[in-house]
Design a protein around this ligand. Structure first.
Ligand code: B12
Ligand code: SF4
Length: 592
């Protein structure tokens, strides 16, 4: 717990909790070490620490800040209740960055604190998305009102202190709605977490959002309706400040969480500053960024990304069928550009991770199998991540279904992009979820993992890093039944953390089962890592490794519209190629 000492008479207890959610058996998803740190927590911690340093509750009040990320830490409710009692309930439980799938768990966490009369506030994408797109009560927001939890919609830069003041004076409002007033980010407190909290995640990396907002209009997206379509950004000075703050505690790897860093209006100035920090000041930056499929067309973007220290890039590929992309209003994704873009990242030696959504209107189990095979053979992408198309509260898709009264899953815990939450025109819910689960093993076959290692060896990419990713992405859904983005090392469970309403398992059944499950999973994990390391060594030592070539690595050719399955297997692909040719004819620019 961080304390900000002065000659204080009172100590305000601010407990920042990022809730996890329940797995399919009803247990909280929690790990000894979670995979990725929570940027929402880092953002609020930075703002709260600034409030504490400025003594926003008065000169005689110290703010004690505690951070709990439930994906890696068990919430000790009894200990927290005792602490609040010691401080005369002077404080607040802040439920941070609550997504729709985490909303039921967040309410369950809040219950004992509200019962004890402790102020509780909640923010994040569920409440913000609902207030942005729906009537202010949907979906399930009345549960907060009934329990007396303050809802905070919008962004808390320059606003958190209002909430803290209200909590300190026992006057928390039911709703704080700033959705129509998105703040500028420049000069605001930067995201930051002290090292002991970062150490509870793997790889000692931190995170920050260099900007918010995306210009596109994908119908499944919540981000544009919560953070807006206009690009807002931190200044290069802000970014330097947070890099130096982290470097001072030995942290130099960052996940830049902008949904589309290529559309951050300040991307170049930010990269330039990061390049300076890396090349002139010797900070060994390692960065993961998220971009769109047209980023290779932004002059200098990829070259500067490399120099700034980007080692991994996440791309919202989403699908290879243009009919599906059009249905989701994701028209900026041009399948005719996919190979150029992915080859350009390969040329920089940067690994690509692509999101792939299953359950668009034209999808069936058969077309999904076909499309995964096309990706394996023809696209030089390293890691593919699958998601079920989900009407996330806050998205246009959800708003349309809600307003039309079309049935959707009433359990928000399932809105984790791993479950079928509404009907599909061509697949039953079971078929959809079955092909989602199957997709992981269809892509991560032993043969394809060897191919990915060969491609990386041939292009001089980081093989050790690829092994780590393949290990995680090939095993997590199969063994843990959760998405790799929610994963970690050594799954922890406790009988007391089962979802209310489900029976509590007896200890003599629960613990032997847990021990057996853990042993079994770790035996498979050990086998997989061993297998990957053996193949990495064999492939890396092959004297012909650099000469390896296959369809995916082949440079883009003019006749691909006739030879590639990617461009010939669907009516949408034909139309996309015809469109590119027509534009080329009219403008005189080469078609492929
Ligand atoms: C980085 C990220 C991740 C990271 C880290 C998680 C995190 N939240 O930091 C990782 C990779 C782990 C991740 C995983 C997942 N994610 Co994610 N993630 C994001 C992303 C890109 C950025 C989050 C972020 O840092 N935003 C910036 C912060 C500052 O914004 P914020 O959280 O909204 O917080 C601000 C305000 O809301 C407010 N606020 C927030 N909480 C509180 C509390 C109080 C009391 C107050 C006063 C104010 C307040 O103040 C903050 C500062 O202004 C968002 C999209 C986005 N643009 O936000 C998706 C997003 C949050 N993720 C989403 C999803 C679905 C997931 C997964 C379920 C995907 C999966 N199947 O694995 C998992 C869940 C795992 C988990 N444990 O969270 C969805 C949630 C949609 C929804 N309606 O629920 C989003 C919106 C993306 C999308 N597809 O639409 N994610
Ligand atoms: S490109 Fe990404 S962030 Fe932008 S609207 Fe589409 S899904 Fe949302």
């Amino acid at each position: 717990m961080r304390q900000f000492p002065v000659a204080a008479k009172r100590r305000f207890q601010l407990v920042l909790i990022k809730p996890s959610h329940y797995d399919d058996d009803g247990y909280v998803i929690r790990w000894w070490r979670a995979m990725i740190p929570s940027n929402s927590l880092a953002a609020i911690y930075g703002i709260a620490a600034d409030c504490a340093e400025r003594h926003v509750l008065g000169p005689d009040v110290t703010i004690d800040i505690e951070v709990i990320d439930e994906t890696n830490t068990r919430i000790d409710v009894a200990m927290l209740l005792a602490r609040f009692r010691r401080h005369g309930h002077f404080g607040c439980i802040a439920l941070i960055g609550v997504q729709s799938n985490q909303y039921p768990r967040a309410l369950d966490i809040a219950r004992p604190f509200r019962a004890a009369g402790i102020p509780v506030a909640m923010g994040g994408f569920h409440v913000s998305g609902c207030l942005s797109m729906l009537d202010g009560r949907a979906v399930d927001l009345d549960a907060c009102r009934e329990m007396g939890i303050a809802i905070f919609a919008g962004e808390s830069e320059n606003r958190l202190e209002t909430v803290l003041l209200d909590a300190a004076t026992g006057r928390l409002a039911p709703v704080y709605n700033f959705m129509k007033d998105l703040p500028d980010m420049q000069g605001t407190p930067v995201p930051f977490l002290p090292k002991p909290y970062i150490a509870r995640t793997l790889g000692l990396s931190a995170s920050f959002d260099a900007g918010r907002g995306c210009p596109y209009q994908c119908s499944f997206c919540t981000i544009i309706n919560v953070q807006g379509r206009k690009s807002r950004f931190r200044s290069p000075d802000d970014v330097e400040r947070l890099v130096r703050l982290n470097w001072a505690q030995g942290v130099h790897k960052f996940f830049i969480t902008d949904d589309n860093f290529a559309r951050n209006r300040e991307w170049e100035a930010i990269f330039d500053r990061l390049i300076e920090l890396r090349e002139k000041h010797g900070i060994p930056l390692g960065l993961l960024i998220q971009v769109d499929t047209l980023c290779h067309k932004v002059p200098n973007f990829m070259e500067k990304a490399k120099r700034a220290g980007v080692t991994r890039v996440f791309i919202g590929l989403e699908n290879v069928n243009p009919d599906n992309l059009a249905a989701a209003k994701k028209r900026q994704n041009k399948i005719t550009e996919y190979r150029k873009m992915l080859l350009a990242w390969k040329a920089q030696g940067i690994m690509t991770l692509a999101g792939y959504i299953l359950g668009f209107p034209a999808d069936t189990p058969e077309t999904i199998r076909r499309d995964i095979a096309i990706v394996q053979k023809e696209l030089p992408v390293d890691v593919l991540e699958f998601f079920c198309l989900t009407p996330l509260p806050g998205s246009e898709d959800h708003q349309i279904l809600w307003n039309k009264g079309i049935a959707m899953d009433s359990d928000l815990n399932n809105y984790d992009t791993e479950h079928a939450c509404t009907a599909h025109p061509k697949m039953s819910g079971q078929e959809w979820e079955a092909i989602y689960r199957k997709a992981w093993s269809l892509y991560y076959t032993p043969e394809h993992m060897k191919t990915l290692l060969r491609r990386t060896a041939a292009t001089g990419g980081p093989m050790g890093s690829l092994v780590k990713l393949l290990f995680t992405f090939s095993t997590t859904d199969r063994l843990e039944k959760v998405h790799p983005l929610q994963s970690g090392i050594f799954r922890l469970k406790h009988p007391s953390e089962r979802r209310p309403g489900l029976p509590r398992e007896r200890s003599w059944i629960f613990w032997p089962h847990f021990a057996w499950e853990t042993l079994y999973k770790h035996a498979i994990l050990a086998g997989t890592i061993g297998w990957l390391l053996v193949w990495k060594t064999i492939i890396a030592r092959n004297p012909d490794a650099r000469a390896y070539m296959d369809q995916a690595l082949t440079p883009v050719r003019d006749d691909e519209d006739k030879t590639l399955d990617l461009l010939t297997k669907t009516a949408g692909a034909y139309a996309a190629v015809a469109h590119v040719k027509k534009v080329a004819e009219l403008t005189g620019v080469r078609a492929t």
